[in-house]
Ligand binder design. Sequence first.
Ligand SMILES: [Zn+2]
Length: 445
Amino acid sequence: MSVHPDQPHLYVAPVLRPLSPRRAEYLTDHAILVERGKISAVASAASFAGSPGLRRIVLEGQMIMPGLTDAHLHLAQLDAVALDGHELLDWLEHHIFPAESALSHEELARDTARRFFAELTEGGTTAAAIYTSLHENACHIAFEEAERSGLRAAMGKPLMDTGGPYSESTGEAISSMTRLFRRWHGAGEGRLQFAVTPRFALSCSDGLMAAAGRLARDNGLLVQTHMSENLDEIRAVRERFPQHSSYGAVYDHFGLMGPRTLLAHCIHLTEDEKRLLAEREATVAHCPRSNLFLRSGMMHVRSALQNGIRVGLGTDIAAGPTTFMPDEMRAAIDVSKARYALDKSANGSAAEPLTPEETLYMATAGGADALGLHGVRGRLLPGEEADFIAVDIQSLHPQGGPPGFRLPERPLLSRFIYRATPAMITGVWVRGRRLKGENPPTATH
Ligand SMILES: [Zn+2]
C-alpha cells in the first residue's frame, strides 16, 4: 500500500519522555500522532479511536522515547576508536592526527562518513554535534552524507593554524570555514547547521579565534570546542595566554563563549570559570568514557549543575569507544558514583550522584537545547518535530524475562540505561521519516 508522506501517522506504544532534569514520565496505553513531520498530539490510544484518515501503527512490545542527541563526537576518528595507552596530547600525535589526515582521500572520507551516520542511526542518535577533519573537501563530503542519512547534524571543520604537519594557514582556515558555512548552514531543510569549530585554544592563532568568534556572532552559529580536558593542556594554555585569567577567559576574550557554545569536557574548572560558563549560558558536553580512557579525570557534574551550568552528553569517539548514547548515560552515572564514593570516604559527605532521569534529560532535552536544532526539543511534546525512537522493552530483561513480565516505569528507564544495545533500538524517526526498521503493514482507519 502506498502511503502519502503527509498522511497522519498514529504510533501506538507506551511513551517515555523527560519532563525536567529530575523527572521523567512513562505513559502506558498511549500514542503519538505525527503529521507533516511534527508531533501534533500525545494522548491515550483510546482517544484516537474513530479518528478518520489515520495510519495506525502499533509498535507491539516497544516503547517510544525522544531521539538521542550526542553533544560531542568526531566523524574523522571513527576508525581510531579504542587505541589505548596514552593521555590526550600524546594520543592526538600518535593516533588521531594521522587518522584524521588520512581523510584527504575522498573515497575514504565518503566511506567513513557513510559508516559514521549509519552507526548513529543504528544506535538511536537522531542529532549530533560533530567535528570533521582538517580537509575542506572531506567536510563537504561529510555534509553530503549527513544530508543523505536523514539525521540532524551540527558540524564543522576543526580550525588548526598553529603550525606542524596537521595545520593550515590562517587565511585558508578562515576562507574554507566561510565557504562551508555558506554552502551548508540550514541545508537539508534545516536539519544541518554549520558549527564554528576551533579545535581547542592551542590549535588556533589569536587571529583565527577572533575570526571564528566574528563569524559565529554575526550569523548566530553554534560554537563547539574543547576545554579543560587535561592538566598538561591547561598548563600549556596558561603559558601561551598569560594575559588571560583562565582557559575559559581565553575563549570569552575572542567572542567564543555564549548561549550557543558547546564546550567538551570541562573537567578541571576553576570557580571563576564555573561562574563564567553559567553567566554566558554555555553548555558543557560531558564525555565520561573519553575522560576515563585518556586518564583526563572525572568531571564533577553535580557541581556544574549546582552552579547553573547546562550539561549535555557526548560519546567523543575516538576517545569514547562507541557512538551508542545509552553507554554514555551509564558512564555518566558510574563516574558520578565513583566521585561520590571517593568524596564520601575522604570527607564523610558527598554530593548525590546523577540519576537515570538526569542522564535521560541530558541525552534528549538537554542535548537538543544545546544544539539548538530547528524545531527539536527532545521532550516529545506537541508542536515539536517528530524525532523519536522505539525500543524493544522485552529484550531489556535477561532472556526476555519470565512470561508476562512487566516492570514499572522507573526501573524500565534504569534498565534502558544499563542494558540497552543498538539491536534493541527497533525504530528511528527524524521529522516523521523512518530511518531504521520498517512500519508494519496496517490498515488506515
Ligand atoms: Zn573531542
